[in-house]
Structures are given as C-alpha cells and as structure tokens.
Design a protein around this ligand. Structure first.
Ligand SMILES: Cc1cc2nc3c(=O)[nH]c(=O)nc-3n(C[C@H](O)[C@H](O)[C@H](O)COP(=O)(O)OP(=O)(O)OC[C@H]3O[C@@H](n4cnc5c(N)ncnc54)[C@H](O)[C@@H]3O)c2cc1C
Length: 285
C-alpha cells in the first residue's frame, strides 16, 4: 500500500513552503483526477501532495469589474464552469464541450489549473481557452507572470511552468461580436478521448470573417493554432471554395501521426471534413 502525506494549506505562502522540496514525489494537487490515474499506473509515486483547494485566491469565477473579462480561479471545477450562468451567456461553447468531457464524478473535482498543467494533448478545454485568447496567471515565491494559455504547452505532457510555479487563475476576454464552437471527434466511443479536437472562434461582420482562431488538439503533441487555414478565411465570406481551401491549408500545415485512434490519412480526412462543419456551425449559429 502506497503511503504519502496529503497537505491542505490555507495560504499560498504555506503551499510554497510545503512544495519547496527538490523531490519529484512532491506535487501540487488540483482535483487529483490525473494524479490518481498516474499513481494507479505506478507512473508517479508521491511523497507529498499539496492540495490547493483551501487557498482562497485560487477559487471562484466572476466577471471583472469592468466586465471585460472572465476570471476563473485555478481550483474552479469543471462542474462550476458547466453550471455557471456567466459562462453559459458569454462562452456557450465551453458549456457545450463539458457534455462529453469525462463524467459527472470527474467534472465535480477536476480543476481548470490541473487540467492545463497536466498538458495531455487530448484534453478538451485547452484548445477552447486558446481559441478565446485566454491568459494564465502563474505565481511563485519570486512573483508572478501572465502568459497566453498557448504558451503553457511545450509538447507532449510538457509545459513551460517552472518548478515552484503554480497556475492561480485564467482570464478569458469577452470579445464583442465573436462566436465559437468546439468539435470533439471520437473514432471509437462518444465518451472516448478525441482523435481530433477542433476549436474555432470567429468575428463575423456582414457575412465577412473579420478575424478568427482555429486550434487543433489531440492529433498533435500539443494544441496548435492553424494559422494558414485562418489566413485563407480572414477577410472573406465563408463559401464552399474557401472552406475547401482552408481544409487543404490545415492539412498541409501540420504533420498528423497515426495512432490507435486512426491512421494519419484518415485523421487528415477528418480534419478537412470537421473543420468545414465547425466553421459552418459557427457561422450558422
Ligand atoms: C475517467 C476519466 C475520464 C476523463 N475524460 C476526459 C475527457 O473526455 N476530456 C478531457 O479533456 N479530460 C478528460 N479527463 C482528464 C481530466 O480532464 C483531467 O484528469 C483533469 O483535467 C486534471 O485536472 P485535476 O484538477 O484533477 O488535476 P490533478 O490530477 O490534480 O493534477 C494534474 C497535474 O497538474 C498539476 N497541478 C494541479 N494543479 C496545478 C496548479 N494550479 N498549478 C500547477 N500545477 C498544477 C499536478 O501536480 C499534476 O501534475 C478524464 C479523466 C478521468 C479520470
């Protein structure tokens, strides 16, 4: 039987003290859902887990005073987000994504911060935060820094979060006239991990795409902006020809590998088809 210490500090200072050991067995804990899986698989043997759930500044979710952005504490759970009226009103695609994300038991405890720090490329929320231009606040004993969520991801389970740094919150700007969607494409069962995740956010004016973000996840080592596909669509109307060209540009700009969820050529085909569908659904919505 594995024995380890579970600490629940009330202040950030205490958390840093408890985490300040040069031991890979000492880790911060959000909801613990990813950590528990790693422990069961014996990939991670904890010496001490430091839960962040009692640290007040890490919790809650609310609009900023000027109403320009939504602040989500790192310990906000997926269920809090799913049932938040503010999120439903301003970011319906995030609520939509929750419907096929894990199950209620996981959503009740999994946290926004733990989800980002885990950096599994198959996760459903990181591409959505990226498509919404969200930023993350990282705090450490030495101060804090705010970076685009996109800059957290370095590669397969690899992040730019330094030892001793914690994600304390993310901020999602409310962008006038933008709409978004997320397509989770599974090739086995509906609740399986995606073979592809496609997040799209777009600003439409009189039928013309003023600006947009397209982020592809699951099929690559990290969630990735599809800038060439965006370029095809920016400044024009979305018609059949542009959709086809955007699909081709998307396939050309990334190198998708084969895995247990499909061959590279099959996933390239899925990308062409589902990118067009995602764009059509945002424009129609
Ligand atoms: C049965 C099951 C099904 C799932 N299905 C899906 C799915 O369909 N789609 C999907 O997207 N995800 C799915 N997940 C994954 C789930 O989203 C992640 O396990 C979850 O997001 C991790 O969040 P957590 O708070 O539990 O992280 P934890 O397990 O607590 O931590 C994960 C990692 O982040 C670190 N960490 C935690 N908090 C912080 C912080 N604030 N700052 C810095 N580092 C931190 C930890 O040290 C650890 O390394 C599933 C998980 C399970 C168990």
């Amino acid at each position: 039987m594995l024995s380890f210490e579970l600490c629940e500090p009330h202040t950030l200072e205490d958390a840093f003290d408890l985490l300040g050991h040069d031991d890979p067995g000492v880790r911060p804990m959000g909801g613990g859902t990813a950590l528990m899986l790693m422990m069961k698989a014996q990939m991670f043997k904890p010496m001490r887990l430091v839960s962040l759930r009692r640290i007040a500044p890490f919790s809650g979710l609310a609009l900023s005073e000027d109403g320009a952005r939504l602040r989500i504490g790192a310990m906000a759970t997926f269920s809090e987000i799913e049932h938040s009226d503010v999120v439903r009103r301003h970011f319906p695609a995030v609520v939509q994504a929750m419907k096929t994300l894990a199950n209620v038991r996981v959503r009740n405890v999994a946290s926004v911060g733990g989800n980002l720090a885990h950096a599994d490329p198959h996760l459903d929320l990181p591409p959505l935060w990226m498509a919404h231009d969200a930023t993350a606040r990282l705090v450490s004993k030495n101060g804090e820094r705010v970076i685009p969520v996109a800059e957290i991801f370095r590669g397969y389970y690899e992040t730019s979060i330094s030892d001793g740094e914690l994600i304390s919150e993310i901020c999602v700007p409310l962008r006038e006239g933008w709409r978004s969607t997320y397509a989770k494409i599974t090739t086995r069962a509906i609740h399986d991990w995606p073979a592809l995740g496609i997040a799209v956010s777009l600003q439409l004016e009189g039928g013309v795409v003023r600006d947009l973000r397209i982020v592809l996840s699951a099929a690559l080592d990290k969630p990735t902006r599809l800038r060439a596909a965006e370029e095809v669509l920016r400044g024009g109307e979305v018609d059949e020809v542009r959709l086809r060209r955007a699909g081709e540009a998307a396939v050309a700009e990334v190198e998708i590998h084969s895995d247990s969820r499909g061959s590279a050529s099959y996933k390239n085909h899925l990308l062409r088809v589902h990118l067009a569908r995602a764009l059509q659904s945002v424009i129609g919505g």
